[in-house]
Design a protein. Sequence first.
Length: 310
Amino acid sequence: MRVAAIDIGTVTSRLYVADVTSEGISPIVRRSVITNLGLGVDATGVLMQESIDRTVAQVAEYKREIDAVGGVDRLVALATSASRDAENSADFVGKLGELGVTLTVIPGEREAALAFLGAANEFRGEDVLVVDSGGGSTEVIFGRAEAGGGLVPETRIYARHSFNIGCRRITERFLHSDPPSPEEMDAARAWAKEGMADFFAQGLPCQRVIAVAGTATSVVSVRDEMVPYDSSRVHKATVTRADLDDVASRLCALPLEERRKMPGLQPQRAAVMPAGVGVLQVVMDLVGVDSMTISESDLLQGIVLDAARA
């Protein structure tokens, strides 16, 4: 079957079209555009009309790409944190409905399960901790994708939580200086740590920490000054705590306009990247590890695998 998956997050809107056979997933189209749907939602509780219009326009472009590919058996469109939080998300859903795209706003627990399926699939037989740090929320899932089992593995999730802690939310609450001051970054990390500490206190004896989504992949591309971006070099790369601290220091040493010019960093992500790296630093501290694996397989692959299972 051919599946088209659209993921609309707080910061990024993404498209993934793939063929699914008994031998695996064959990508056809993969696109990612920063649309900042969740701009201001943490403070106001509503999606700005400009953000809705911008994101609808991008999804309309994705729909044209899907139609051009043709032969799509299932189109699955999901929205996450910003749409969960916003009082007027129904307006956004309605606009996409006019395009022929049925959007489902999913709870954090569903987002976590799909992200885990996508990331853990390539690390079957290991007890892994998947960290999906986004703009409005961070999902943390501890479990295992069982070895074998064909295309879609059986997953065992031992613990999971969706935290309302993300790079857009943190930036708007804490990082008001340009560049962010050390005191602001310390306050942001302290807030994130306080919000997550109880979950990690239960003890999560993982064999591997897997970080997914834009902040994590951008850490690799910034570290390696990757121009152009090369997903094959990012996927399954190892990032040490020293790497993470170095990227954080470089980001926080530059004002926004200079950060936009950093090799390997999408200019539109520059505003929220210091906060995103701060969340990953907190997770590493709470787990007690000095490295993590970065994966390009995440919620989108989880959507496709889940569609194949259905």
